[in-house]
Design a protein around this ligand. Structure first.
Ligand code: DGI
Ligand code: FE
Ligand code: FE
Length: 194
């Protein structure tokens, strides 16, 4: 699909604010791609598509997983929309948006929890999702925005710190172990340089 077709479809499924967020992530991902010498077009497309499943209800997400053989963990069941829109989105991007680049699908797949040793596109989308201009103010956001363009691994680490603090402040026990594992990984690899 070309950009017009993608944005038309996104506009018809996402709420206006979510659509604006997606465009913000696309442009922010493109800027990070410029900084880290990644393919700008690929980063922009991954940004546009990353939340393409966000408007689905919990029921629709679970149903989609069953029909498409997507594994649903016990953590996914506790926070269906938060954790499954990324897994479902990566398949939806292929099926409904004709996305054929596996790297784009993987960046969508991992944009919420992240994971250990993300590739550059995965990190770009993980970070762009957090710092794009229309995000409501979050703790440390100005600092993380600057760091994103200085050292992306440290920006990933700071995002984990804020997200984990936030998740602990709402309900302690349902943080996906992937989130914690990835946080520890980025703490270890950035320790050597900071
Ligand atoms: O879809 P967005 O709102 O743009 O952002 P997102 O996909 O990064 O995150 C969706 C929500 O998921 C957000 O409120 C933070 C939350 N989240 C991130 N990691 C975890 C998590 N929620 C749970 N339950 N567990 C996690 O590990
Ligand atoms: Fe998301
Ligand atoms: Fe998002």
């Amino acid at each position: 699909m070309n950009y017009d077709e993608i944005t038309d479809r996104l506009m018809s499924t996402l709420k206006p604010k979510r659509y604006l967020h997606s465009v913000g992530v696309a442009y922010t991902a493109a800027c990070l791609a410029m900084r880290y010498e990644y393919n700008i077009d690929t980063a922009y497309r991954a940004g546009l598509l990353h939340d393409c499943a966000k408007s689905m209800s919990d029921e629709e997400l679970l149903d989609y997983c069953e029909k498409h053989d997507i594994e649903v963990s016990e953590y996914d069941r506790k926070s269906v929309n938060a954790l499954l829109h990324s897994k479902v989105g990566s398949v939806l991007a292929k099926e409904e948006y004709n996305e054929t680049d596996e790297k784009v699908c993987s960046a969508i797949r991992w944009h919420t929890t992240g994971k250990k040793a993300m590739d550059l596109l995965e990190k770009i989308i993980f970070v762009a999702d957090y710092i794009e201009p229309s995000r409501r103010p979050l703790p440390n956001l100005d600092h993380i925005r600057r760091l994103a363009f200085e050292d992306i691994d440290t920006a990933v680490l700071k995002i984990y710190e804020s997200t984990i603090l936030y998740l602990k402040s709402i309900k302690e026990d349902d943080i996906d172990p992937l989130t914690i594992e990835a946080y520890e990984y980025y703490r270890n690899i950035t320790e050597k340089t900071t």
